[in-house]
Design a protein around this ligand. Structure first.
Ligand SMILES: [Zn+2]
Length: 315
């Protein structure tokens, strides 16, 4: 996306200062505590990392896209400076991840992009000013969510979101009405100026879904993460609270027959940032807290090399 700040810049000229001060929520969709999952100390997942899990995981590249590098990587970081990184366009992808649990069914993490994004962009839930501010016309759609879902033998039982930024719910309109959607706490209430143009789009994407179910984390002050939820009660899939990018930013740890996989979401959008220990750039809601979460997740991954890491927007 051409960044939240550039969306804000182009709109600041049009909209009044008072509105800019208050902003609005990313969606007006209703919110409820999740009935699925229970808080569990994050340390309890450690002994499970070496045991094969039951969940088959498939990561699908829904589209190729490109985004300004300054949002994705902190270009002021000394390592980024000495590498000579500039604010050019960084090639990225939008994914969704399919989780097949033998008893609980098919779930996805994040949503890829909607079929209409390829076939009729003017009719997509994300359209108009937000679509042009995010350069959505640059998206090269490979596997729209709706088309993919139509080929699956089983129905979709739920959507787990890493966070509620527009590029993570670009496929939400293809999620069948009535499908439960889960997210971290505080995502839908977070107010920002940019949401004045985002909210209508998010509301369209979420139309027909039940109230957003928020993971009920028990805050851990000295834990591996700020909190953890054992989603199915069998230790197979964990929601890990890593706030900062947004208040409820959540990574997912999935235990597959071939070992554990960490779906990191936008804790790190890029491969370069993750490998060089450089946190994301301007896209964060709370940059300091996002950096703390980035360091926590990297420390976890380094201590447990058996965990395969899949980043927010690059393989
Ligand atoms: Zn994001």
């Amino acid at each position: 996306m051409r960044t939240r700040s550039s969306i804000a810049r182009s709109l600041a000229a049009v909209l009044g200062g008072a509105l800019a001060l208050t902003g609005c929520a990313v969606t007006s969709h209703q919110v409820q505590p999740s009935a699925l999952g229970a808080a569990r100390p994050s340390a309890e997942l450690l002994p499970l990392l070496n045991e094969p899990g039951p969940v088959e995981l498939e990561t699908v590249v829904s589209c190729d896209w490109s985004v300004g590098r300054e949002g994705l990587i902190n270009l002021d970081h000394p390592t980024a400076k000495s590498a000579g990184l500039d604010d050019g366009a960084e090639p990225v992808q939008i994914f969704f991840h399919a989780l097949r649990h033998p008893e609980k069914g098919l779930f996805i993490v994040d949503t890829g992009v909607e079929t209409a994004m390829r076939d009729a962009p003017g009719k997509a839930a994300m359209r108009g000013i937000i679509a042009s501010a995010m350069d959505m016309e640059k998206m090269k759609v490979h596997a729209p969510l709706g088309e993919w879902l139509a080929k699956q033998p089983q129905p979709l039982s739920g959507v787990f979101l890493t966070h509620l930024h527009p590029d993570h719910i670009t496929g939400m309109a293809d999620v069948p009405a009535g499908t439960p959607v889960y997210t971290g706490p505080g995502e839908a209430k977070d107010r920002a100026f940019v949401n004045l143009v985002v909210q209508g789009n998010s509301d369209r994407a979420l139309a027909g879904k039940p109230p957003l179910s928020e993971w009920t984390y028990a805050r851990e002050d000295a834990g591996l993460f700020d909190g953890a939820v054992d989603i199915f009660g069998d230790g197979s899939v964990w929601a890990l609270w890593l706030p900062g990018h947004t208040p409820g930013t959540t990574a997912y740890l999935v235990r597959t027959p071939r070992g554990p996989v960490l779906l990191a979401g936008d804790i790190s959008h890029t491969r370069w940032g993750w490998e060089h220990d450089v946190e994301p750039g301007s896209f964060n809601n709370d940059g300091d807290r996002a950096t703390v979460s980035f360091k926590k997740l990297r420390a976890f991954a380094q201590a447990h090399p058996e965990v395969e890491v899949r980043l927010g927007h690059q393989h």
